[in-house]
Design a protein. Structure first.
Length: 135
């Protein structure tokens, strides 16, 4: 999913791509705020700057390498994720807006659904990652 880069608390950003389909679709808006890296959890939707494009992807796993917290992130419709330093994460998506409706991702059922989706996508990502090493 591509979105225009923005910053600040409660930033509203339009969804412009399909990497997070079907969870996010073009025409929707995401509301995100800065987040401390230590507060990130599996399943969170995060904003990460990739070049000059703001990506909204899901957290699959967290690890510490060389004293640095890293995040495995991926769009739901993508096959493989990538590791980024947690310091590169700009924020966490708090809500999705579509036609007057608001999905609050910090509350039931979305908080739990996203956690389960993060775990499932993380498992698949790990399987593809291991399979790729065997070749």
């Amino acid at each position: 999913m591509r979105a225009r880069a923005a910053s600040g608390k409660g930033t509203v950003t339009p969804v412009e791509g399909g990497s997070m389909a079907p969870f996010l679709r073009g025409g929707e808006m995401v509301v995100w705020s800065p987040v401390r890296p230590q507060a990130l959890r599996t399943g969170d939707l995060i904003t990460v700057l990739s070049g000059d494009v703001l990506l909204v992807h899901r957290v699959l796993r967290l690890r510490v390498r060389g004293g640095t917290l890293q995040v495995r992130e991926k769009g739901d419709s993508q096959r493989l994720g990538r590791w980024v330093d947690a310091a590169e994460v700009l924020g966490r998506v708090e809500a999705v807006l579509e036609g007057g409706a608001r999905r609050d991702l910090t509350r039931w059922p979305w908080r739990h659904a996203n956690r389960l989706l993060g775990m499932a996508h993380g498992l698949l990502d790990r399987m593809f990652e291991i399979k790729g090493r065997r070749r």
